[in-house]
Write a protein that binds this ligand. Structure first.
Ligand SMILES: NC(=O)C1=CN([C@@H]2O[C@H](COP(=O)(O)OP(=O)(O)OC[C@H]3O[C@@H](n4cnc5c(N)ncnc54)[C@H](OP(=O)(O)O)[C@@H]3O)[C@@H](O)[C@H]2O)C=CC1
Ligand SMILES: O=C1O[C@H](COP(=O)(O)O)[C@@H](O)[C@H](O)[C@H]1O
Length: 521
């Protein structure tokens, strides 16, 4: 976990309004009026993996940078496990203190004082009544000005979302209306297919209005994902090139160099398409492929994302390769005859004026040779090529989301020297080198801050979710019914060779003899 450093707490608190390019008056007004007063952050599922690894570290980083103010905030953990306040604090301390400086350890001790734990069931009126009592006491003690705010973060399996939301609605709503608010953050996977996602949406929709619901997809909080709209719409370079006339194919790739360790039971029920492609990679695709929004208002952006999703053609199963790494089924929590893919390459086709004929290759896998996530835009060959550049490979624009954020453009140049020959080189913007003193925030930090500020731009709207499930549901049902089977691949490999063959069939040209080496400082 990284403890990002930053400027002084007081200056950081207002930096969003100072620096943001979101300048619509109403957005700013809504942020200003709801960013004050007592703030209760309630982490449901506080005993779990996500809470430990992501939610509490993100809250701590926001606290240490002054985005959560000591005199306003209180954090409540809730779960069934019997823990004392100190048990939870010690768990968090254990995770956060590794490698921390003495200054950080001091701030951590202060942060932990703001944490309380309440134990109870996810359908227990008694549990939620005690939670409400704790929150109300904190509000009474601290609410000296402004309105009280309640943010419920569901770090829980989706199966309990409906009952938890009913409990919140019945027993824990903020009474400080209309100035205060109650918001709910839900994690993916949001459903297992179109029908179950719609049912879940309907259940939650009966209890909360869309502006109260934040469907989090942490890929939308990654620095270079947030950069996509700026890159595409603020640079004259890209505007005329970003279309079927110039781009041959696009790849959106997620690789992990570890398996499903410790999460086999969950993963076996969902698989790589539901875990990564239907949400994280598809959200990235929306930002890569959407038209320019009317403005930066969340609704304008999300309207354009929905249009892209609705333009995706039904998946052709001949353009899908599934894989399962050898040894996956050794996990005792995984079924011995599991048909669950841990790897998938899927070609999507967008039926619109900009992208007709451009294969969009979505690739994700666990237990592969490396860990990285990137967008790879491959341009067409140069027409009337007098340099025989084809030998060298095509222009490619690569956006590396992680690790080591970077953007680089592979291009052909004259080989330096007396000979007149060409080689592949690159224009390179590596963030570690270009922005040496700028800490890159963790995705969860940024997104939790958005939920507190009431900015839904980087959250998935209900109709987006529906459109996303519409794309993948037929394929998922074919896999669930055993009509599509994963091929085995070796852990630590590139995945099944059939996937490389499929990508080659789409016309992707691999550049041989060239490798981008991230610069070192
Ligand atoms: N872990 C990760 O890296 C990521 C997780 N997510 C999503 O976040 C959510 C939480 O994930 P994670 O923390 O890994 O999950 P966990 O399995 O760790 O569950 C979180 C907590 O929920 C409670 N719980 C677990 N299973 C059940 C059940 N069947 N019924 C009721 N309560 C249960 C447990 O608390 P107790 O028994 O104490 O009540 C547990 O501590 C999930 O939706 C997951 O898909 C999303 C991205 C990444
Ligand atoms: O949502 C998930 O994401 C993680 C990968 O997240 P990253 O930010 O480290 O790329 C993945 O390991 C997990 O299976 C999935 O549920």
């Amino acid at each position: 976990m990284s403890l990002s450093t930053g400027s002084s707490p007081s200056s950081r608190r207002n930096s969003f309004r100072d620096d943001s390019f979101i300048d619509e008056k109403d957005v700013i007004d809504s942020i200003t009026s709801t960013e004050m007063g007592c703030l209760s952050l309630i982490v449901l599922g506080a005993s779990g993996d996500l809470a430990k690894k992501k939610t509490f570290p993100a809250l701590f980083n926001l606290f240490r940078q002054g985005f959560l103010q000591s005199n306003e905030v209180h954090i409540f953990g809730y779960a069934r496990t019997k823990l004392s306040d100190d048990d939870l604090r010690e768990r968090i301390r254990g995770y956060l203190s590794k490698g921390a400086s003495s200054e950080d350890l001091e701030i951590l001790s202060d942060f932990l004082k703001h944490i309380k734990y309440v134990s109870g069931g996810y359908d227990s009126a008694e549990g939620f009544l005690s939670l409400n009592k704790e929150i109300s006491e904190h509000e009474l003690a601290k609410n000296s000005y402004g309105s009280s705010r309640r943010l419920f973060y569901l770090a829980l399996p989706p199966s309990v979302y409906p009952s938890v939301c009913k409990m919140i609605k019945s027993y824990c709503m903020n009474q400080a209306v209309p100035t205060g608010w109650t918001r709910i953050v839900v994690e993916k996977p949001f459903g297992k297919d179109l029908a179950s996602a719609e049912e879940l949406s309907a259940q939650l929709g009966e209890l909360f209005d869309e502006p109260q619901l934040y469907r989090i997809d942490h890929y939308l909080g990654k620095e270079l994902v947030q950069n996509l709209l700026v890159l595409r719409f603020a640079n004259r370079f890209f505007l005329p090139l970003w279309n079927r006339d110039n781009i041959h194919n696009i790849q959106i790739v997620f690789r992990e160099d570890f398996g499903t360790e410790g999460r086999g039971g969950y993963f076996d029920e969902y698989g790589i398409i539901r875990d990564i492609i239907q949400n994280h990679l598809l959200q990235v695709l929306c930002l890569v492929a959407m038209e320019k929004p009317v403005s930066l208002r969340p609704e304008h952006i999300r309207d354009e994302k929905v249009k892209v999703l609705q333009s995706v053609l039904p998946i052709n199963n001949d353009e899908v390769v599934l894989g399962q790494y050898e040894g996956y089924k050794d996990d005792p929590t995984v079924s011995k005859d599991s048909n669950t893919p841990t790897f998938a390459t899927i070609v999507l086709r967008i039926h619109n004026e900009r992208w007709e004929g451009v294969p969009i290759i979505m690739k994700a896998g666990k237990a592969l040779s490396s860990r990285k996530a990137e967008i790879r835009v491959q341009f067409k060959d140069v027409p009337g090529d007098i340099f025989r550049c084809k030998k060298q490979g095509r222009n490619e624009f690569v956006i590396r989301l992680q690790p080591k954020e970077a953007m680089y453009m592979k291009l052909t140049v004259k080989k330096p020297g007396l000979d007149m020959s060409t080689i592949q080189s690159e224009l390179d913007l590596s963030y570690g080198q270009r922005y040496q003193d700028v800490p890159i925030p963790e995705a969860y930090e940024r997104l939790i801050l958005d939920t507190i500020r009431g900015d839904q731009q980087h959250f998935v709207r209900r109709d987006e979710l529906r459109a996303a499930w519409e794309i993948f549901t037929p394929l998922l049902h074919d896999i669930d019914d055993g009509k599509m089977k994963p091929v085995p691949y070796k852990p630590g490999s590139r995945g099944p060779h059939e996937a490389d063959e499929l990508v080659a069939k789409t016309g992707y040209v691999q550049t041989h003899g060239y490798i981008w080496i991230p610069p070192t400082l």
